[in-house]
Design a protein. Structure first.
Length: 367
């Protein structure tokens, strides 16, 4: 050997370790939370996630209200992936209960209670859901009470509730299992709740007058349509609150979360997002990535913009992509704001793809 001086072998073979940056994940939009007061048998924590009905059975038994709702939930086709169940001391005040649970976990989108909340509690729960971008789901077992409640809520500007009239409260599990089946990662994965079937749920008999009253109050129902000798039970009408539809409200909650997550993760992964036009283009690219997912899923589609003018878009302009992203010029940013490293605000116009629920057809015969 010539001596003790050697060259490192990584001059020839270099192995590097790439520690992937931990990124913010998207909220659990397909998950239902059931809030109850039955003490679980084997769980030490306040809440648990169950991937099968058997797991719920082991912890709660088949007589628990939580089990009966989960049974309807997991019976839907396609079968939901999982359900979260949280245990509170008592359900005497549902608003206190959901507030308590939310201080410990927000790993859910929709929530319901193991027993039917009083009609007097529903407005407060709808307000909580609106403030926290969650979906309150419930079933009311008296049609007149459901209509009264729906009429009192529908003009309050609250969108994050879904009320169904049915004779059995446990049906809330079936409605949630069917409604939360939104596949945002699939092409045309958005699903309207209208005209769908509920597995293991018996329809409720209602008159045409009852159906009209429920629809006007934005209350859903599950009833038979067609010839009495060959009828089909269907879910109508897929309402959420404020005159909007469930798939629309849930879809844009998902899109909001996707855009927030994309922009956060984009800035985290880049060494620097410069406070320049180039940096704003990077942020815009993160936003557009989420919007393209929404187009692919069938949530956003090309259409005419009927809102106020902004940027290059005037009222009634056609959005050929279904969306438009506008941000104020970074060159006009006040110095005091620039020194705080705050980006100019962005505004996103997004045209919902919508869905056809009712159809009028004129047939003109001629001999």
């Amino acid at each position: 050997m010539a001596g003790n001086l050697t060259l490192p072998i990584n001059m020839l073979v270099n192995v590097s370790i790439d520690y992937q940056a931990k990124l913010l994940s998207r909220d659990a939009f397909n998950r239902l939370l059931i809030v109850g007061d039955t003490a679980p048998n084997g769980r030490a924590t306040d809440s648990g996630i169950y991937t099968s009905l058997e797991g719920v059975k082991l912890d709660y038994g088949v007589e628990a209200a939580e089990y009966k709702i989960a049974e309807k939930y997991f019976a839907q086709n396609p079968r939901p992936r999982d359900v979260m169940i949280a245990t509170v001391t008592a359900l005497t005040d549902p608003l206190v209960s959901i507030t308590e649970v939310a201080t410990k976990t927000l790993g859910f989108y929709a929530f319901c209670f193991a027993t039917e909340p009083a009609s007097t509690a529903i407005q407060g729960l709808a307000e909580w859901a609106q403030s926290n971008n969650r979906m309150f789901m419930t079933v009311m077992t008296t049609d007149t009470e459901a209509v009264t409640t729906g009429n009192s809520l529908k003009d309050l500007g609250q969108y994050h509730y879904c009320i169904t009239y049915h004779e059995s409260y446990n049906t809330v599990g079936a409605v949630a299992g069917m409604g939360l089946d939104q596949r945002y990662d699939k092409r045309d994965g958005i699903k309207t709740l209208h005209l769908k079937s509920l597995t293991s749920v018996v329809s409720t008999d209602i008159t045409q007058t009852q159906a009209a009253d429920l629809k006007a109050a934005k209350i859903n129902y599950y009833s038979d349509y067609g010839n009495p000798d060959n009828s089909l039970p269907i879910f109508a009408n897929g309402h959420a609150g404020g005159g909007l539809f469930f798939d629309f409200v849930m879809g844009f909650d998902w899109l909001r979360n996707v855009i927030e997550t994309n922009v956060f993760n984009g800035q985290r992964l880049r060494r620097l997002t410069p406070q320049t036009d180039k940096g704003m283009m990077m942020i815009k690219a993160d936003i557009v990535k989420g919007l393209e997912e929404a187009v692919n899923a069938g949530l956003v589609a090309p259409g005419r913009w009927n809102g106020a003018a902004i940027g290059e878009i005037e009222k009634y302009d056609y959005l050929s992509t279904g969306y438009y992203v506008y941000n104020e010029s970074i060159r006009d940013q006040p110095q005091v704001t620039r020194e705080q490293r705050i980006a100019p605000p962005s505004t996103i116009l997004a045209k919902g793809a919508g869905a056809i629920h009712d159809t009028d057809i004129t047939l003109i015969p001629e001999a």
